[in-house]
Design a protein around this ligand. Sequence first.
Ligand code: MAN
Length: 460
Amino acid sequence: MTHATLAAICKCNATRACCTVASTFPFNKHPSLVAKDKRFYKERQSFVCIDGSKMIPFELVNDDYCDCEDGSDEPGTAACPNGRFYCTNLGFRPHYIPSSRVNDGVCDCCDASDEYNSHIRCQNSCRNLGQRERADVQGQMKTLDDGLRLKQQLIEEGVLLWREKQSQLRDLEQVAEDLQVQLEEHRRRKQETDRIMESAVEANGVRRPNTTVTSIFHELDSNRDGSITVDEVQANVVFALDEERVLSEDEALALLAGEHQMDISRFQHTLWNVLRTGDSVKIKGIHGESHRLIDEDHINAAKSAAEREAAALKKVEEAYETANAEISDLKRRLTIDYGPDWEFLFLGSQCYHLKVYEYTYTLCPFNQVTQQSASGAEVSLGTWSTWAGTPGNLYCQMRYESGEPCWQGPTRNTMVTLTCGTETALRSVKEPSKCQYVMDFQTPVACQPVLEQQGVHSEL
Ligand code: MAN
C-alpha cells in the first residue's frame, strides 16, 4: 500500500484503524513513547527517523505504514517489522515488545497499552504483578538476611574448625613419630626372636626328630603303666660312650633321682634333661649324632615367641600406615580452598542426599558425588576437582570429575551450583546430557551481601 493510497483511505474513512491511531493518541502522548524518546515526536511539519535516515511529513507518523528503516515512525502500530512498542507497565516492570504484537488481539503489556485499538479488552494487571514481585523480592531479602547471619556463624565455626584440624594434624604427626620409635623397637625384637628360633631349629637339625617329653617317656615306659622303673631304665638306657655296658641298679636308680618309680612330670624335670643333651647317657640303639633328642618344646616356644613378635610388629606397622594415611589425607584436605574465611570448611565432613526417581544422589563436598540405584549399586559421578565459578564469583560452582565411565559415553562428571538459602541441602539433581550431572546445592555460605536483583527496577 502506498502513502497516497493509505492517505486516501484515511481521509475517506475516519473510523479506520490507521486514522484512529492518530486521533486517539496525539503523537507525543502515545503510551508507546519512552520519556527519553518523546523528544523525537514533537508535532511539527516533518519527522526525522531516529536513525536519521529519512525525513517524512509528520502525519505519516503512526499511520500504520512503515516509512523509517528503524521503525521509529510507527511506535504505536504494528506496521514496522523491526519496530518496538514500549509498555510503561506502571506498578510493574516496563518493557518493549515487538510492534507486530500491538493490537494483535493478545494482551502483552500488563497495563493493556498494547491493545489500545483492539477488539479485545485487556485488564491492567501491573499492580498485582508488582505486588507479587515485591513480595518475592522481600522473601528473597529475608532469606538473604537470615542466610548472611547463619553464614557469619559458619565463618566463626570455620575458623575454630580450621584450628581444630591443624591441632589434629599435629597430634597425628606426634602419634606417627611415637609409632616409628615403637616400630624400630619391634623390628629389633622380631629380629632377635627370629634369630633364637632359627638357631633352635638349626641346633636340632641333626638330632632325632619328632621327640617330645611324652614320646620318650612312653618309649622308656615299656609296660605302659605310666611310670618308669629301674628295670625299664636298665633295659632302654645306655652310657653314651659305652653302649655295650648295662647300667647297674644303682646307676639306674641315680638316673631316677633315687626313686624306684618316676611319672612323666618328674621325668620332665630330671632324666629328660639328661637324655636330651645325650652327653652321658642315651636311648639304647640310637647311633651317631641323632642320639641327641630334639627339644620340640624349646623350638615351639621359640617359634611362638617369634610369631608373637611378628604379630605385634604387624600391628604397629598397620597403625603407623594408618596414621600416615590420615596425615596425608588431612594435609590434602587442608590445602583445599575453603573460601576466603574458611566458610566452606564445615562442608568437608558432611554428605548430603537426595532421591530423584529411582536414584539416590549423595554429594560429599570436596570429596565425591555418587549415584545409588534402587538395587544398591553405587557409581561415582566424580571426585572433587575445583571451584568453577566466574572469576568475580568463583565460589558459586564446584566441579567433580573423573567419575565412572559411562557405557558408550563420556566419564561421569558433576557440576554443583551453590545458591543462597537458610539451610544446607541438596535441592535438585538433573542429567541434562548423558552422564553429565548438574546439582543445585543450597547453603547459607553461598549468600552474598549484595542480592543480584535482576530486572527489578526503581519503578517498583
Ligand atoms: C546409569 C545411570 C544414568 C546414566 C546411565 C548411562 O543408568 O548412571 O544416570 O544415564 O547409566 O548409561
